[in-house]
Ligand binder design. Sequence first.
Ligand code: SF4
Length: 363
Amino acid sequence: MENKPNPLFAQTIIDWYQRHKRALPWRETTDPYLIWLSEVILQQTRVAQGLPYFQRFAEAYPTAQHLAAAPQDEVLRLWQGLGYYSRARNMHHTAQQIVQEYGGAFPDRYDELLKLRGVGSYTAAAIASFAFREKVAVLDGNVFRVLARVFGLSDDIAAPASRKVFQRLADELIPADAPDTFNQAIMEFGAIQCTPVMPDCLFCPLQQSCFAFTHGLVQELPVKSKAKAARPRFFHYMVFEHEGQYYMRKRLSGDIWEGLYDFYLHESDSKILNIATLLKELNDAGIAVQESHLLPPRKEYKHVLSHQKITARFYLIRLDFRLNEEVLQEARLVPYSPEKIEALPKPILINSYLKDEKILLNL
Ligand code: SF4
């Protein structure tokens, strides 16, 4: 059994929002570029973590033209630490698309916004409603949770088919005269009042009409099936050093961290390095090193991504010769000084290693 859409819902949420909203810079603007920037940054990121990144990006690239003209390495470097780097690459590409195909101005309709790379239904709805006041309801994790609890929807929010059910309800609820405020309000309500764990039901203005509260189902709703367990991966990094320079390479597409810089990587299905296999691989690549050259790792680094669990170990190899050009090209390695490395975009795990080893001091 579910609650029927309640005409007072929108007004209650909006009233609550006016009293409780946090002052955030992207709420003070109707510039679609800045709104888009904030939405891309805030996907899978908490507001407190995303805020300084938003400020940095808005300052470095105040318009889509500025962002479009920036080198990709610079954009990725500014993004470093936020994770999900495809967001940064898509964002950069989209800025170029805006400049080339739309003359630098964002499309002003939901349907058109959906054509931009990396802009899904959520982001398109956010920009269309916040910047252009189009009546289109946003659906993010907060909105799913609030609607599931208040209206008693038990559809699995992880199932793509459920989206339609929630979208239909949200579209019924959103008022034509305040689509922007309603969207902000329901997301903020989910973020502050109706939180995943320990929602503040005691002081909630929707308490009397909330299905989950009145039926004792607050902990059960929303229903979300478990994600598949993350795949474990084991990275053994060979950190070649020669005369104060470290050999790094830019990661290619088709795997995680595209466009970021790491070291020579030997991946295996175990955290234990098979030295014989590694030495043969290196020899085949023209890098003649002996087991005694490998300085064993001091610690293990772990990094959890949405579908992968990375365990990495770093082996420092101090070379008393320079790797020749052919070998470098084949292995796509380039020697960099610590100063140059500082400016390169790197996965956070690589950054941690460089910091621990005091190769980079200004992090
Ligand atoms: S009563 Fe509790 S579960 Fe219901 S909307 Fe309010 S905070 Fe959320």
